[in-house]
Design a protein around this ligand. Structure first.
Ligand code: ATP
Ligand code: LTN
Length: 334
């Protein structure tokens, strides 16, 4: 799996619900493509998900499902390292060390912390505040070269670079500085009901999101009720967010350009357009849904893959963690 000459890509996804079409087209589909060119490490960020309180049984189920979803989306454990974050204890340990290297002021400036604490005033836990330090640890443990993340996470990546730079300066060269990675084919998918906000797993309106496990009938229905406008013309434009979003989705799935899509639907109504987009999405997601169902039936296989992933991840991360512990002056056990 590992090749010294290849650059390291690392990314994580929280097990906060079934992946949406946005997660797939914006992130996971590119993760699959990157496997051919890089040493890829992908993990389910279950420790990060603890910042939200949910039923423990539900969390276990969502973690298992998220792992199976990655595999169903084409992440191949022969090519990439896939694991559950909490299965590698180095993350929690490194997280604490990174906490101690993070300043109150800089963590207070994180927009995700401000947004989430405004949204959930009843649960502003310390984990929510130090979330970026845990994330910095995730990245630095593996000496990642590139971290593919969406716009919402770029501030956390910048923070990671700041912490790493400071650590290297204080204790000597220890960490590689990771860079953001923005795949060309990555699409930003917006909500089908409010095309000015992004499609998100935790959206409570089921009509707004396409889950990658939705069946064909549901997908067609959701696209049929997607918000558009009254112009009745398939044209990509900032003032037509609904139609532009559907065009973005169609383009990401078929590879067609916006000009080609405009030509394809010239003179046609939104009804035809939505049906074609819905069908293209349903065709793209069908094999994933089938593969997921098959994987979830094979619990032994999933557990075996998780175990292999955890062992390999621990082996890699431990090298950096040991170095870090030495650097900060923790007495290593003999
Ligand atoms: P939540 O609703 O729990 O915040 P989310 O759906 O916003 O979840 P994340 O787990 O935060 O998703 O992100 C996983 C990955 O998917 C990230 O790389 C993120 O940039 C990407 N992503 C999330 N939503 C979209 C979207 N609508 N379009 C494109 N990419 C997305
Ligand atoms: N915060 C990220 C998930 C995440 C991650 C990471 C991504 C946790 N640790 C390390 C990249 C690298 C999110 O919510 N999308």
């Amino acid at each position: 799996m590992e090749n010294e000459a290849k650059k390291i890509i690392l990314s994580g996804i929280q097990p906060t619900g079934v992946f949406t079409l946005g997660n797939y087209l914006g992130a996971v589909r590119s993760w699959k493509t990157m496997q051919e060119q890089y040493n890829c490490y992908y993990f389910i960020a279950d420790l990060h998900s603890l910042t939200i309180h949910i039923d423990p049984q539900k969390r276990r189920q969502q973690t298992r499902e998220a792992f199976a979803l990655l595999l169903a989306c084409g992440i191949d454990t022969e090519k990439s390292l896939v694991f559950v974050q909490s299965h590698n204890k180095c993350h929690a340990e490194m997280g604490w060390i990174m906490d101690c290297c993070s300043q109150f002021g800089e963590l207070s400036r994180m927009t995700q912390f401000k947004d989430k604490s405004a949204k959930h005033p009843d649960n502003i836990n310390a984990g929510l505040f130090t979330y970026p330090a845990l994330m910095a640890g995730d990245i630095l443990l593996y000496q990642a070269d590139y971290v593919p993340v969406g716009a919402d996470q770029t501030q956390h990546l910048e923070f990671t670079r700041d912490v790493a730079t400071r650590f290297n300066h204080t204790y000597g060269e220890t960490f590689k500085l990771p860079e953001g990675y923005f795949p060309k084919a990555g699409a930003r998918v917006m909500s089908l009901q409010d095309p000015t906000s992004k499609m998100s797993k935790s959206d409570t309106n089921p009509k707004a999101t396409i889950s990658i496990l939705d069946d064909e009938k549901t997908i067609l229905k959701k696209f049929k009720s997607a918000v558009t406008d009254s112009e009745a013309c398939v044209r990509y434009s900032e003032d037509k967010p609904g139609v532009s979003n559907l065009m973005t989705i169609y383009s990401a799935v078929t590879g067609k350009t916006m000009a080609e899509i405009e030509a394809e639907f010239a003179g046609k109504g939104y009804g035809d357009f939505k049906a074609v987009v819905g069908q293209a999405v349903a065709d793209e997601l069908r094999p994933i849904r089938e593969d997921f169902a098959r994987l979830m039936q094979d619990r032994a296989y999933l557990e075996e893959e998780m175990k292999k992933g955890a062992e390999h991840a621990t082996y890699i991360a431990n090298k950096t963690l040991t170095k870090v512990k030495k650097r900060v002056g923790l007495l290593l056990e003999k």
